[in-house]
Design a binder for this molecule. Structure first.
Ligand code: IMP
Ligand code: MG
Length: 422
């Protein structure tokens, strides 16, 4: 049976959590394959609102197995807290499997993240300060610690102490507070004991599920433009957020992949630093932020807002191989008299439809805008394509045409019943 992948096609916060929750109606397993608790996936069920950081969004569906794959960096203390919170609300956390190959994030990674952001490293990225970059760097440096060792505290402890001492040296060089290694180890040990029963070889469990004909959904975090290879480097996250990351980050061979779902917001947002060609600094931007409630689910930061950037989204959809688009937050545009789409970039007098690799060029972009008439009525009650006003349908069609894909889902509000198939 097939594997579908769902990824964000912009700078994250496209509404993936909600979409995954809808798509998991007929899925047996949901797999996260990259990132860590930098993600904040918001799921609204009835009047309840849940924010997930590490736990796959299938957790609210009974019988759905939720896998935290090998490609992630996992903060054991944060995961323990998140799982306990979910269990308290009455959901079954024994549905969660944690890959023994996943890399671990410790307190020292978080402090190193803060240190880098303070200027000790290179550029300020505007990270979530969850230690994501330093943990992935340790993985590549081959001094990371993997989840398998959560099951063997006697192996975990010496590694943890060695690494923590190494980081403490770095911290003292920069005059920042030393980590209390003994106290921190107690926290880690407790989390390890809680998580150990959930640690397993998820590559085998995923592939066994595939053999049994189970349906699997891979849940991306962040968005294509934050991909370590394809995003606006260095203003990116430290993992492959594009669909290809699902193969390596979950241990799934490419021939099993069927659909690549791309979640795409009807406008554009970004949190953190880095170029953002269609960013608005005027009233329209403020309106998008307020109506769209564009404040970070993980950090609470106000998100930068702008018009839909079809150049960037086209690049993302190409790399991701998106064959099914899920357009979210269409209703946020309801009150605009006219709405712009960026259809090309002007860079030093040259017009291009290609997304440049150069940060300098991206920073110099003047967006070429195409204006479309707004619909100026409420769409939040729409339950099918034909319920949408004509101008909204035309707007969506233009989006799909520009990114060279087709729309499969439209969402007009945060609730489960405000998302419909096209
Ligand atoms: P990091 O992933 O914490 O290292 O942050 C790197 C960049 O990715 C920063 O610009 C963050 O704001 C951004 N980022 C990380 N996770 C998310 C997310 O889930 N949504 C949106 N932006 C994110
Ligand atoms: Mg988010």
């Amino acid at each position: 049976m097939p594997v579908d992948i769902l990824v964000g096609t912009q700078w994250g916060d496209e509404g993936k959590g909600k979409l995954i929750d809808v798509l998991t109606r007929d899925v047996d397993m949901v797999v996260r394959f990259q990132g860590g608790n930098n993600a904040g996936h918001t799921v609204e069920i009835g009047s309840e609102r849940y924010v997930l950081h590490l736990v796959p969004s299938g957790i609210f569906r009974k019988g759905v197995r939720c896998v935290i794959g090998n490609g992630l960096v996992v903060d054991p203390v944060a995961l323990t807290e998140e799982m306990k919170g979910i269990a308290e609300k009455g959901f079954d956390v024994s549905a969660i499997e944690l890959s023994n190959r996943a890399q671990l994030i410790f307190e020292y990674h978080k402090r190193a993240d803060v240190l880098n952001e303070a200027g000790a490293g290179s550029k300020k990225i505007g990270t979530t300060k969850r230690g994501i970059g330093p943990a992935y760097a340790d993985k590549m440096h081959r001094c990371g610690i993997r989840a398998i060792d959560l099951t063997a505290p006697e192996r975990l402890e010496p590694q943890f102490r060695t690494e923590a001492a190494k980081y403490n040296k770095l911290f003292s060089e920069h005059g920042i507070a030393q980590l209390d290694i003994d106290a921190e180890w107690e926290r880690v040990k407790e989390a390890a004991a809680y998580l150990a029963p959930r640690v397993c070889d998820t590559v085998y469990s995923i592939n066994a599920a595939l053999k049994e004909g189970k349906k699997i959904l891979c849940e991306g975090a962040q968005g294509a433009l934050l991909d370590i290879d394809h995003g606006t480097y260095p203003f990116v996250t430290s993992s492959n957020t594009t669909s290809g990351g699902a193969c390596t980050g979950a241990g799934i061979a490419p021939q099993h992949i069927r659909d690549s779902w791309g979640v795409i917001k009807a406008y554009t947002t970004r949190v953190g630093e880095g170029p953002f060609p269609t960013e608005l600094f005027d009233e329209a931007g403020e309106q998008l932020r307020q109506v769209g409630r564009e404040f970070g689910a993980t950090t609470g930061r106000p998100r930068r807002c702008g018009w839909f950037d079809a150049v960037a989204a086209h690049y993302a959809c190409m790399v991701d191989g998106i064959n099914k688009l899920a357009v979210t937050k269409l209703d946020v545009l309801d009150s605009f008299e006219k709405i712009a789409i960026c259809v090309a970039y002007e860079i030093d007098g040259r017009i291009t439809k290609e997304f440049p690799a150069s940060i300098a060029e991206l920073q110099a972009v003047k967006p070429v805008l195409e204006w479309l008439p707004g619909w100026q009525c409420e769409t939040s009650g729409a339950t099918c394509w034909n319920d949408l006003p004509e101008n909204a349908r035309n707007y969506l069609k233009r989006m799909a045409e520009l990114v060279d894909s087709s729309i499969a889902v439209v969402s007009v509000g945060p609730r489960r019943d405000q998302t419909f198939m096209v």
